[in-house]
Design a protein around this ligand. Structure first.
Ligand code: WT7
Length: 664
């Protein structure tokens, strides 16, 4: 008999962890009564609820008079006639308060050096950088592409853009030259902010060279300026007239710069993410709504207190690094840790050692990181959480992908010592901040469940026609009403925005998250079951299958056809599996291995190393219906290593299935 425990713990989860009485008492949103009261307020007067929160949590230079404009749905507008500045809300507002000389950022470099920056010092740095941008002719409305390591300077660059009303677009440092070029063109950026190199795991990796390569691919004539942070002493290529080091750019610039007030709907940033077609989507966020939600969810989800030391391990290249590194902690006046390196260098105890070193009290990371650290900790006591003093911790968080109950329990016991609530926060690049999450002083926790929507977030599970499904049955996750931090449009493609997120079959106003979900029969708790579109989640990184397919078939000398699917993976959540038809027939043995390597390197060059397929399978064809449609469900079964039990009678070429069995 097989052991049913693993399967059962996923399907039925009976463990419940109530918040302690002391936690409930001290919490900002106290107990389920506190939560229910806020939900009732939102239900009774939706706009009044948001208006109150926006007045209490954002400093407006000019107050708004209208809360929500739905006249051109789904192009919603929030607080439209209000004016503010995001950087003012993160920095200036703390001046003259006890936060002025509080540490804003504890930066720990890859190699271990620590530097601390107060709010006052950070304001000076941001202002000085903003002046440098202005002196290069960069102004309100311009787009600035940021391709930086995970350093304080990356946050400074983002805040400086916000200060002058320029719209930033951060591209994760792991993306390729080609990916960078596409994003520069799509955004119409006028400048790139980068570094000569980045340090990761003791290695010096090029950044500026990749920018140069991206710009040389053509179509990037809009770029007039490249600012280069000298992260390491190693020289890099500099183009006269276009490129400037940070030292040169900052020389002589004043450390004061008046923030430029912008309308609440002014685009604060564009962040590219993967969708179900080959072309990444430039998700556009608005200043007012984003700042409100970043600040408020720091207070609600993390129940932030004045003496907390907050640490979100996400890179600024992802939305988590926008909301919970670059803006939220600063808007909330927190002390935060920013970490440049990787969790396994110099050893896999780095996170735990850093929690001890900096007395971190709120720790927010991804399930992938937890799963890989479990593996290391279980085989080496020196890097086990028990080897560090983690008594400063009071709240743990998880983000980016479903957390399996086993990993949840390990995190709860070994890191949180059974006293720290885990907030499993479900959200997306498009939602701008948390949507469904427990509240540490209110919500009873169930491992593997993100529990309940935040007050004002009208999440539901529906069928294809938009009708609610009963608790216990699966369906599609939607949000029925707009919320302030939501995506405003896809940059330059409003039609794609409408078609991707607001399906006409559901009435055109429900936001479709793209995830499947189910609510528990007893508590109505949400559990996310995974994407329902052609989007994969690999180590918490979002990848479109079509994007990888396009990259593979672009290798025209080798590849005739390719199909990409995901398969479950214990460590990375999902793994990328590519089925490839070569122009030269089916390779075997060492030759197949060599070609598989060649294709992986190619995908790394086209998109980035994060998009490299884990498995590559070769066949002389792909399984297709008689009408020529690739049967992806069969490919998914093959990728999982399952024997094919589906009906294959509609298949044009059933013999192909056995050929595609071997993974390289
Ligand atoms: C997709 C969004 C959330 C910011 C970082 C990722 C998955 C995210 C959870 C969670 C289950 C989750 C979803 C979502 N996801 N958080 N707590 N439980 N799934 O943002 O790159 O836009 O990806 O990540 O599938 O749609 P993203």
């Amino acid at each position: 008999m097989s052991t049913p425990s693993a399967i059962e713990s996923v399907l039925v989860e009976n463990r419940v962890f109530e918040p302690s009485e002391a936690t409930v008492k001290a919490a900002r949103i106290s107990g389920m009564d506190g939560y229910n009261a806020l939900c009732a307020e939102a239900a009774a007067d939706f706009e009044g609820f948001w208006a109150r929160l926006a007045r209490e949590n954002v400093v407006w230079n000019k107050p708004f008079t209208k809360t929500l404009d739905e006249s051109n749905a789904p192009f919603y507008k929030w607080f439209e006639d209000g004016e503010l500045n995001a950087s003012y809300n993160c920095l200036d507002k703390h001046m003259g308060t006890p936060n002025e000389n509080k540490t804003a950022v504890i930066f720990e470099a890859d190699g271990g050096e620590v530097t601390k920056t107060t709010y006052k010092e950070l304001l000076a740095k941001v202002s000085q950088f903003a002046n440098a941008l202005k002196s290069r002719g960069i102004n309100k409305g311009d787009r600035v592409l940021i391709y930086m390591p995970m350093t304080l300077e990356g946050v400074v660059a983002m805040q400086a853009c916000a200060r002058i009303g320029a719209t930033h677009s951060v591209v994760f440092g792991g993306f390729s030259a080609k990916a960078l070029q596409e994003r520069i063109i799509d955004a119409g950026a006028v400048a790139v902010v980068t570094a000569n190199f980045q340090m990761r795991g003791g290695k010096e990796l090029p950044l500026k060279a990749i920018v140069d390569e991206g710009l040389s691919l053509g179509g990037c004539e809009s770029i007039k300026t490249v600012l280069v942070f000298e992260r390491t002493p190693t020289a890099c290529n500099m183009v006269a007239g276009r490129d400037m080091t940070f030292t040169e750019a900052l020389a002589g610039q004043s450390t004061e710069c008046a923030p430029v007030m912008v309308g609440a709907e002014h685009p604060l940033f564009i962040l590219f993410t993967s969708g179900s077609t080959g072309k990444p989507k430039g998700v556009q966020h608005a200043t007012g709504g984003f700042v409100l939600w970043a600040k408020l969810t720091m207070d609600w989800t993390f129940d932030l207190r004045a003496d907390d030391v907050f640490w979100c391990t996400a890179d600024i290249g992802w939305i988590t690094g926008h909301a919970y590194v670059a803006y939220g902690p600063l808007a909330a006046g927190a002390t935060q840790i920013i970490f440049e390196g990787v969790p396994t260098y110099p050893n896999a105890g780095r996170f735990w050692q850093m929690i001890e070193r900096h007395k971190c009290s709120i720790f927010y990371t991804a399930p992938t990181a937890i799963r890989s650290l479990i593996k290391s900790a279980e085989s080496d006591a020196k890097v086990h959480p028990d080897a560090s003093d983690l008594s400063s911790l009071r709240i743990l968080g998880s983000v980016g992908e479903p957390i399996n109950p086993e990993a949840w329990m390990w995190y709860y016991k070994n890191v949180g010592k059974e006293k720290c609530p885990i907030v499993d926060t479900f959200w997306q690049t498009e939602t701008g901040g948390h949507m469904i999450t427990p509240l540490p002083g209110a919500t009873p926790l169930v491992p593997g469940s993100c529990t309940l929507p935040l007050p004002g977030i009208m999440a539901a599970i529906v069928d294809e026609a938009g009708h609610d499904v009963p608790n216990g049955s699966g369906g599609m996750l939607v949000i029925k009403r707009p919320w302030p931090s939501m995506i405003r449009t896809i940059w330059g493609d409003p039609e794609r925005f409408k078609a991707s997120y607001f399906p006409a079959e559901m009435g055109g106003t429900y936001y479709l998250a793209g995830d499947g979900a189910v609510r528990s029969a007893d508590r109505g708790y949400f559990r996310i079951t995974g994407r329902i579109d052609d989007v994969l989640n690999v180590s918490g990184h979002r990848m479109g299958t079509m994007e990888i397919e396009s990259a593979l078939v672009a290798k025209t000398d080798l590849v005739a056809e390719a199909a990409v699917v995901g398969r479950p993976d214990d460590l990375t959540g999902e793994a990328i599996c590519a089925f490839v038809v070569l122009k030269r027939g089916v390779p075997t043995g060492d030759e197949a291995k060599a070609i598989a390597k060649q294709l992986r390197d190619w995908v790394a060059k086209e998109i980035g190393p994060i998009a490299k397929p884990k498995d590559i399978r070769f066949g002389e064809n792909l399984p297709k219906t008689r009408s020529g449609k690739i049967m992806r469900r069969l490919l998914r079964s093959l990728a999982k290593g399952e024997s094919i039990t589906q009906d294959t009678s509609t298949l044009e070429n059933p013999a192909i299935l056995s050929q595609l069995g071997q993974a390289y």
